[in-house]
Design a protein around this ligand. Structure first.
Ligand SMILES: NC(=O)c1ccc[n+]([C@@H]2O[C@H](COP(=O)([O-])OP(=O)(O)OC[C@H]3O[C@@H](n4cnc5c(N)ncnc54)[C@H](OP(=O)(O)O)[C@@H]3O)[C@@H](O)[C@H]2O)c1
Length: 364
């Protein structure tokens, strides 16, 4: 690998987000020159198919380690110009993610040669809502608290600059039952069933997320000590169903289901949210169902805000849900997106529940 490139350590590299960031970092510049960056992908398993795919990309290398094994994080940071850090709250849980985030930042600073630390963030819902338990989504608050710590640290243009990128649900989750429709064979129509009422989800298409991550690395001084809050489109479920019908020519509608109806579409929602505690029978862990009930509450009540006009100034080519559906030839079918889902971790689709859910929906 050419030493003239700026080497970026990506944590969470083999995941859906990390891969989008890697592709954006290695893409040619807008003038058509080769990328100024190379990438080091941290992974616990260099033999997974996603790790092998990354290892085969020119300009990328994989590095065996875990973000909770701080010795391996330190070694991975050596020789790097920057770091893009997306810890995984679904694996480590809220408490583990917070300590890891803090410690990774400290090590990045300690190493003395890193120039740009970028934290991948989610909105700190507790702080926004006065710690209202109705909205307590643990995988958001874990990351949000780490950003509060980082905000208290120096960002030095002649040393290490820190920046943050606050994202949100991937638009690609439309190909997962989290957001995607179920097909009703009786009426040959697609039902977008979610407990969202008149609320909205600011979704981010992964290619747009990649664009913003690259933009931050390309504009280090401008983003010193700054958090960039992004979205691609702020989507209501009635517009989602209308857009799907327009783009695909299929019949579609939105049904505002109670949370219990939505949860039936998934398996294992009574398990702990964090994979690390998955086999634990202990009731001290928040379950997937508890966490995602609160998560839907925050979108139902439009807790999260974004400034679309300001975001479009940075990325004029921002995708709308309509342009994303056209670009990806979206047809409402389900595909595995997340590495965790591929590995059978977390709540997964429960096809057996569909006939029962459809019967309930038809009666609404
Ligand atoms: N789903 C969404 O819509 C969404 C949107 C915004 C943010 N997020 C956040 O993104 C994070 C998950 O990333 P993802 O969406 O890309 O999910 P994903 O596709 O399931 O990937 C999970 C990633 O986490 C890595 N990982 C987990 N534990 C690790 C450890 N101890 N050390 C090193 N790497 C570890 C995995 O790497 P290896 O298995 O290769 O080690 C993999 O790269 C979560 O914190 C989630 O809250 C998700």
């Amino acid at each position: 690998m050419s030493s003239s490139k700026k080497l970026i350590l990506v944590i969470g590299a083999t995941g859906a987000q990390g891969r989008a960031v890697i592709d954006a970092l290695l893409a040619p510049t807008s003038e058509g020159s080769t990328s100024p960056y190379s990438v080091r992908a941290l992974t616990r398993n260099v033999n997974s198919s996603s790790a092998k795919e990354i290892a085969a990309i020119p300009g990328a290398e994989v590095f065996q380690g875990s973000f909770t094994d701080f010795g391996s994080v330190y070694r991975a940071l050596e020789g790097c110009y920057g770091a893009y850090v997306n810890t995984d709250g679904f694996t480590e849980g809220e408490q583990g993610e917070i300590f890891a985030g803090l410690r990774i930042f400290e090590l990045a600073k300690q190493i003395g040669t890193l120039k740009h630390f970028v934290w991948s963030n989610l909105d700190y819902i507790g702080k926004i809502t006065g710690y209202n338990p109705k909205y307590r989504a643990e995988h958001y608050d874990g990351k949000g608290r780490v950003l509060e710590f980082i905000k208290g640290q120096r960002s030095e243009t002649n040393g290490m600059v820190w920046s943050s990128l606050t994202t949100g649900p991937y638009m690609e989750m439309l190909s997962f039952p989290l957001f995607g429709p179920i097909h009703d064979p009786q009426t040959d129509s697609y039902i977008f069933a979610a407990p969202i009422g008149q609320g909205h989800v600011p979704m981010i298409a992964l290619k747009d997320l990649g664009y913003f991550s690259r933009y931050i690395f390309d504009h280090r001084d401008e983003f010193s000590a700054r958090d960039l809050e992004v979205t691609s489109d702020i989507v209501s479920w009635s517009r989602l169903a209308e857009t799907f019908a327009k783009v695909t020519g299929k019949r579609a509608r939105f049904i505002d289901v109670p949370i219990e109806g939505w949860l039936q579409l998934l398996k294992d929602t009574d398990k702990p949210l964090a994979n690390k505690f998955y086999d634990s029978g202990s009731s001290e862990h928040t379950t997937w169902a508890q966490n995602f009930t609160r998560w839907w509450n925050l979108y139902h009540d439009d807790v999260i805000k974004r400034d679309l006009e300001a975001i479009k100034k940075i990325h004029p080519g921002l995708r709308s849900v309509e342009s994303w559906m056209v670009e990806t030839k979206y047809d409402g079918s389900f595909k595995n997106l997340l590495k965790n889902t591929e590995e059978g971790k977390g709540a997964t689709f429960n096809p057996d529940a569909v006939p029962g859910v459809l019967a309930q929906l038809r009666s609404l």
